[in-house]
Design a binder for this molecule. Sequence first.
Ligand SMILES: [Fe+2]
Length: 311
Amino acid sequence: MAEMSLGYLVFEVSKPAAWRDFATTHLGCQIVADAHGEDCALRIDRKAYRLLLRQGKADDLAVLGWEMPNEAALQALATRLAAAGVAAETFGAEDIGARQVTAGLRFRDPLGLVNEAVVGQPDAAMPFASDAMPGGFVTGEFGLGHAVLATGRKAAAMEDFYMRVVGLSLTERIDTKIGPIKVDGAFLHCNRRHHSLALIAIPSRKRLLHFMLQAAQLRDVGMALTRARAAGIKPSLDLGQHPDPDGTISFYAPTPSGFDYEIGAGSGAIDPATHRTEVKHATSDWGHKPSLRMQMRGAIDMIADKFRKAA
Ligand SMILES: [Fe+2]
């Protein structure tokens, strides 16, 4: 049975020129002529778009895009949204034309983040090729990678929404610290990818903490890290490995919008039918040393949140 997957992400970016350069040089994306309803569309695989850039001030995630396997799955989602009292707007001709899909829905999560669920996310006419990422990315049934959101004080509502309404399932819970930051969250799957979405209950000025693209070859992760360092981009989390069953070897570094990108390889797949939820007390087996900037950013967000609470 085909399952839903993370189909695309729309970022609202204040520096589109820097982003276009960053996306091609550091992520290994291909810019395409048709912007699919936004200001710039980027490919990482056979799909016509996976990352979309919208010019604006937020420097954050603007849309979480889900690819549904068929119309029945989209209809079932619409029914769950209605039952939960969540307003959903069906794609009209303009949205269908821009995204080049056969059907779609738009709705908001409890933090107000726009989600889109579509059927028939299109393929490009040309095969994907990238000098920066010669081995390409692992996508297909696994979707584009994953996104990690900060849920602040709405952790319970966000988890309930994405699991009960959107239809993801719990892979594992995390209860640990990175530097001074307490990390408490849920890793959610909707196919054999270990997590397509993670929800971390920390205060943050940005909803998106990071997004991850999975390189097919470990060599390309090393090349991406070398490229980042050569360009003066300091990793937020240096090379390291997540514990099994994820097992991804990756690094994290800031995008021109301030939220991080993660490039990894060697991610283990799960079997959703037999997977047993675990609680993890470490995010890494080795490495992933946080930068000072990352620790400071976490501490500043925590202090700002305490002041808001006190006010
Ligand atoms: Fe990640």
